[in-house]
Design a protein around this ligand. Structure first.
Ligand code: PLP
Length: 359
C-alpha cells in the first residue's frame, strides 16, 4: 500500500481529465479547442527576444507589464487585473479565495467539468442548476441562496452564448455573492462582461490566451474585476506561487495583446470556418447547437456518438466525446483550419455511408 503516505484529502480527489494530447503525428486534432492558426509572429519575436542571460533572473512576480497591457486593451485599471498560469490556475484561485462559503456554489449541470473538481479540492459545497431542454441557461434559475455563481459564456461544451443583458439582469438581483463568468471563448462571437465590472463589485470575469490568442502552450490566463476581488486572488497566489508567469510568458502575452490586427483576422477566419462546418454537418444529418465558440456541439440523428468518435479516430480524426447524462449523444468538435474541417467532413461522409453496425 504505497498510498499510505498520502494526505487524507488525496484519497477523496477526483482529478480533471484533460483532452488527449496524442503523441502521434498527422492526426486531425479537433479535440481540445486549440486554435488552428499559430500565435502572432510578433509573439514569437517577443519570446525570442526574451531568450537571454536574463533568464537567470526571476520574472516580475506581479507581471505588471502584462497587467498594463490588458488594462489598456479593455480600458480598465491594472488594479482590476489578475494574471495566472492559464485560466485554470486563475479559476483555482477564484474557487479557493472567493467561493469557500457556507452556502453552495451554483453552476449549470452541463458546463466546464473542472468546476466540480475544484470544489472537491477546496471542499466547496455546490449545486448544479439544469440547463433548459435546448441547453440554454435561464438566469432566473439562479435566484436562490448561494455562496457564489459561475458559468462559462459561451458555455462549454455546448458553445451556447448568454446575452450580456441576461448577465446584467442577474447581477442586479444577486448582490451578496460573487458571480464569475468564464469567458474562455468570448472572442469567437460574444460581448465580454468586462464592460460591466465598473458597475458591479461582485463580478469577476476570467479569460485565457489559450484559445483566441493561440497560446495554449504558453499558459496565460487572467481575471478582471473590482480591486477587492483581485486582492483576494493576489493573496491566494502569493501564498501559493510568487511567479506563476515566467519571463517568456509575460513577453509573449504582452505582444499578443499588442497585435490586435492578427488577433482579429484569425478570430474572423475561425468564425467563417465555423459557419461552413455547421452547414456541412447539418447536410450529413447532424443537429448542431448554435455556437459562439471555436467548437461546435453536434448530435447525429441516427448514429451513436461514441461509435462515431471511435470510427473517426480510426481515420486519424480526434474529437471529444463526454460520457455524461444529457450529452452522451453529442460530439464536441473544434473548428479547425479549412483543410482539417474538410478531412473531418470527408471521414464522417465515409463512416455514414457504411452500413450502421448491427446492434
Ligand atoms: C480552455 C478552457 C479553460 C482553460 O484555459 P487555460 O487558460 O488553457 O487553462 C477554462 N475554461 C474553459 C471553459 C475552457 O474551455
Amino acid at each position: 500500500m504505497n498510498n499510505r503516505y498520502w494526505s487524507p484529502v488525496v484519497h477523496r480527489l477526483t482529478p480533471y481529465v484533460p483532452g488527449e494530447q496524442p503523441k502521434l503525428a498527422n492526426l486531425v486534432k479537433l479535440n481540445t479547442n486549440e486554435n488552428p492558426y499559430g500565435p502572432s509572429p510578433r509573439v514569437l519575436e517577443a519570446i525570442q527576444a526574451e531568450l537571454s542571460d536574463a533568464l537567470r533572473l526571476y520574472p516580475d512576480p506581479n507581471a505588471d507589464r502584462l497587467k498594463h497591457a490588458i488594462a489598456d486593451y479593455y480600458g480598465i485599471t491594472p488594479a482590476q487585473v489578475f494574471t495566472g498560469n492559464g485560466s485554470d490556475e486563475v479559476l483555482a484561485h477564484l474557487f479557493h479565495g472567493l467561493f469557500q462559503h457556507p452556502a453552495p456554489l451554483l453552476f449549470p449541470d452541463i458546463t466546464y467539468s473542472f468546476y466540480p473538481v475544484y470544489c472537491g479540492l477546496y471542499g466547496i459545497d455546490y449545486e448544479t442548476v439544469p440547463l433548459a431542454a435546448d441547453f440554454s441557461l435561464r438566469v432566473a434559475d439562479y435566484l436562490r441562496p448561494n455562496g457564489g455563481i459561475i458559468f462559462a459564456n459561451p458555455n462549454a461544451p455546448t458553445g451556447c452564448l448568454l446575452p450580456l443583458t441576461d448577465i446584467d439582469w442577474l447581477l442586479q438581483r444577486n448582490r451578496d455573492s460573487v458571480i464569475a463568468i468564464d469567458e474562455a471563448y468570448i472572442d469567437f462571437g460574444g460581448d465580454s462582461a468586462i464592460t460591466l465590472v465598473n458597475r458591479y463589485p461582485n463580478l469577476l470575469v476570467t479569460q485565457t490566451l489559450s484559445k483566441s490568442r493561440s497560446l495554449a502552450g504558453l499558459r496565460v490566463g487572467l481575471a478582471v474585476g473590482h480591486p477587492q476581488l483581485i486582492e483576494a486572488l493576489e493573496r491566494i497566489k502569493n501564498s501559493f506561487n510568487s511567479y506563476p508567469l515566467d519571463r517568456l510568458a509575460i513577453a509573449g502575452a504582452v505582444a499578443a495583446f499588442a497585435d490586435r490586427a492578427y488577433f482579429e483576422r484569425t478570430c474572423q477566419a475561425v468564425i467563417a470556418s465555423r459557419a461552413e462546418l455547421v452547414t456541412a454537418l447539418t447536410v450529413l444529418g447532424f443537429e448542431v447547437l448554435p455556437s459562439a465558440a471555436n467548437f461546435v456541439f453536434a448530435r447525429h440523428r441516427h448514429r451513436d456518438a461514441a461509435a462515431l468518435a471511435t470510427a473517426l479516430r480510426q481515420r486519424s480524426v480526434i474529437v471529444r466525446h463526454f460520457r455524461q447524462p444529457r450529452i452522451e449523444q453529442f460530439l464536441r468538435i473544434t473548428v479547425g483550419a479549412p483543410e482539417q474541417n474538410a478531412a473531418l467532413i470527408a471521414a464522417l461522409g465515409q463512416i455514414l455511408a457504411e452500413n450502421p453496425p448491427c446492434n
